[in-house]
Design a protein around this ligand. Structure first.
Ligand SMILES: Cc1cc2nc3c(=O)[nH]c(=O)nc-3n(C[C@H](O)[C@H](O)[C@H](O)COP(=O)(O)OP(=O)(O)OC[C@H]3O[C@@H](n4cnc5c(N)ncnc54)[C@H](O)[C@@H]3O)c2cc1C
Length: 390
């Protein structure tokens, strides 16, 4: 690997983000989600991603020259991977990847560089799903009615929204026309400290337990004319953009945690003794470990490939089919990977604080959010020419 090799740059950013995240975690390990988020942004972990500058506490010569030549999307993926490698819980990794890739990068193309699209100080959430409609956005009931001053009156409830109980601002999708047409939806940036908004208590969920999920209820909230993102009726178009980004890159959050699980599983298999030999001497055990390495390798290659294509200027909407394939593939590899780890950990996989505790629920959830894998398969097949609809 040479200095000009992009992999050297990726490794440098991963290592740097790991160091920053370790130091942020040292002060806030047991703190609640929002405090840990703030500790990460205060420590500069967030700023690492988009900046072309070397961080102030590190001499530029500490980094291979390749780091500066990485595009912002690749740097962000490497930062998220580094945060995960530091041992940051999967929930915080997920929330950071979700804000960066599912909200900020897509909004940049509409709003340009603003605090909302750049900073980690504003905690954002993506409010689309409702009790009555997850996979089918056009079934949503939340509505925004246009007012005489050009503003809107927002009414309805968004549910199952990551970070909703603690977020500062929500990207809210609402119906601005009654009919079921592609132009029925619009998107708004809503300051959640405004009156007549209820942020629920965290739902007691079983996946990604470290990040709270909840609902947002809007009791006739007055939105200023400037709150709309894009034009009235462009909500489904924006959603196509945010979901393309999410499908391409959200699962970058799993790369760091997967690496840590692989490392600890190798160590366990290499040292655990039974049948008069070390466990890793079994070909079946070795093959399971190799399958884990394969799943991580494939996932990493796919995610960084998507990042490189976005950095090269490919349009997210044109990448939508490949983004769907990437999302399905990484989600399913993550689950297979976690099953292998759980098998090899034996009983310790099911004991808290054993050092080998397995989480199968969070990887399974990856097959549901950002478009259920079954529905994405339909999209892929349709793109290939099959006459199949949702
Ligand atoms: C961890 C996590 C975080 C989330 N974060 C957010 C968030 O931040 N913001 C947000 O808005 N939402 C969020 N969600 C919600 C998520 O977007 C929805 O769960 C998703 O859109 C699916 O909707 P649903 O759960 O209502 O499933 P449903 O629409 O009820 O579908 C259930 C299942 O049925 C199958 N299915 C349904 N219709 C079809 C069909 N036509 N063809 C084939 N199969 C079908 C699929 O397997 C699907 O998984 C999150 C979910 C999870 C698990």
């Amino acid at each position: 690997m040479t200095d000009g090799d992009p992999r050297a740059g990726v490794d440098a950013v991963v290592t740097h983000a790991t160091r920053l995240a370790e130091s942020a975690l040292a002060g806030a390990d047991q703190a609640d989600f929002r405090t840990r988020w703030k500790a990460f942004t205060a420590r500069g972990v967030w700023d690492e991603a988009p900046s072309d500058e070397a961080p102030s506490d590190e001499a530029p010569s500490d980094r291979p020259p390749g780091a500066a030549r990485l595009g912002p999307v690749t740097r962000s993926v490497a930062t998220i991977e580094g945060i995960g490698r530091a041992g940051t819980d999967a929930g915080l990794c997920y929330a950071m990847a979700s804000q960066r890739f599912g909200i900020q990068f897509p909004l940049r193309s509409v709003l340009g560089d603003t605090e909302t699209t750049e900073s980690g100080d504003v905690l954002l959430c993506h409010a689309l799903t409702e009790e009555g409609g997850g996979s089918d956005p056009l079934s949503m009931a939340t509505r925004a009615e246009r007012q005489e001053d050009g503003g809107y009156l927002l009414t309805g409830t968004k549910s199952f929204v990551t970070a909703a109980p603690v977020a500062d601002t929500a990207l809210v999708f609402a119906r601005t026309a009654a009919e079921r047409t592609p132009f029925a939806l619009s998107a708004f940036l809503v300051d959640l400290s405004a009156p007549d908004i209820e942020q629920s208590a965290p739902f007691p969920k079983t996946a990604l337990t470290e990040v709270p999920m909840g609902s947002l209820t809007f009791h006739g909230v007055r939105l200023a004319p400037g709150s709309m993102v894009g034009e009235e009726g462009s909500g489904l178009g924006l959603l196509t953009l945010t979901t393309a980004w999410e499908r391409a890159l959200l699962l970058s959050y799993a790369l760091g945690p997967m690496r840590r699980v692989l490392d600890r599983t190798v160590e366990w298999c290499a040292t655990r003794e039974h049948f008069g030999r070390r466990m890793g001497a079994s070909h079946v055990v070795a093959a399971r470990v190799a399958d884990m390495a394969l799943a991580l390798h494939r996932s990493r290659e796919l995610v960084y490939r998507m990042a490189a294509r976005l950095d090269a200027g490919e349009r997210p909407r044109q990448l939508a089919a490949d983004a769907a394939l990437t999302k399905i593939s990484v989600a399913e590899d993550y689950l297979m990977f976690s099953r292998q780890a759980a098998q090899l950990g034996g009983v310790r996989s099911f004991i808290e604080d054993s050092g080998l505790t397995a989480d199968l629920t969070s990887p399974m959830a990856a097959s549901v959010y950002a478009g259920p894998n079954d529905l994405l398969r339909i999209t892929v097949a349709r793109e290939l020419g099959l006459p199949v609809e949702n």
